[in-house]
Ligand binder design. Sequence first.
Ligand code: GLU
Length: 476
Amino acid sequence: MAKKLKEQRENNFFDDVVKYFDKAAKFVNADKGILEQIKYCNSVYRVKFPVRVGDKVEVIEAYRVEHSHHKTPTKGGIRYSEHVNQDEVMALAALMTYKCAIVDVPFGGAKGGIKINPRSYTPEVLERVTRRYTTELVKKNFIGPGIDVPAPDYGTGEREMAWIADTFQTFYPLETDALGCVTGKPIGQGGIRGRREATGLGIFYGVRHALTYKEDCKKWGMEPGIEGKRIVVQGLGNVGFHAAKFFFEAGAIIVGIAEYNSAVYSENGINPVELQKWFREKGTLDGFKGTKSFKTPAEALEYSCDILVPAALENQIHIDNAKNIRAKLIAEGANGPVTPEAEAILTKKGVIIIPDIYLNAGGVTVSYFEWLKNLSHVRFGRMEKRFQGAVNTRIVNNIERATGKKITDAEKQAIIEGPDEIALVYSGLEETMINAYDVIREAYWNTKGIEDMRTAAFVVALRKIVESYSLLGIFP
Ligand code: GLU
């Protein structure tokens, strides 16, 4: 019975997002028609194309969905996974719309997916698949710096984004802004410093900020601060790894880590950098020094901890395991890791969920910075770093002269240094995550009838999107 329910759910991810939407829409004062327009996906492109694999031809199934054009370009990652289907891509595209609105990234939401297991193909075949997919997007006008801008997601990374950019440039050799057709590129090909770790860092900034509110922590039965918090992370990919690394560096104890094929725990804490090295060499987490293995990866989710960070795929915490979750706070690194049914159970139990559409928005935020860099054709900090350094030097020298006090060379260096690209990206991301949390928090605590932070986040997103429609003059 339970298994059947889970299978039924598999194809209902978009319905889940609609449920969240409907729950939040009650708190938004807007025309019904506009809400309907926002709710559903504007454009769904499904394509099948042939790719040569060895001496055979394989037919590849792929998607790109643009959920909302209330702002353009549309934006969202491309995932490579055997589980890709239209429903999933639609749901993920919709989440992108709300995510962008929450962090004030001026894009509509989109998502792409190719139904393949990237682990079972050589890099040569993956390159062929990626270039052909990009060509199909070009043919139908589903990609471009002002149209729709893909990025990495589950199963893709900088390498795939470089292939996409290169293919696009082949079609538009005279387009000066062509590099802005995709984000998450390698630095040498128009990428930006800090994009790789952006989603994990955003999760860290978000949770750290949430835990600065003493009164909230008290209600959640937690001490403020990250130090000493016992954390379980599901997924040691780009998102989970960096989130774990930033929490670890801030003094949290990573008591459990799960991957798709194995999971380990240790009350003494796990160093995620060393564990990742082990995983890359051995292909499993099992056997890592000082740890014990869980019987199944799913068991890690039920381990007792302060903070659980599901950072792999959707539908991980569902109606069957929700009651067994022992975390006080769930920090959603993945998109849609908790089903609505599970959320109802967890909320009743008093578990706090910081929702995906806010918490994992660090990736798209820094993608936005990368896109701006591509359109402006200049690295952040290039013009002002030395200038700001000189101004700071004059200020410090004058203070020294006026006060007669000398500061050490090391201190001086730290004060005068002008900002470079990485410093600007980190501070822009930190500012974004803090501001967005405070707006959601305000709606969460101060709106009668809102019981969970996800509904508050949806309300914030919907209000902003509705406002941008009214600014278009559709309404007086
Ligand atoms: N795939 C990421 C997400 O789900 C990043 C999207 C982007 O950078 O456009 O948020």
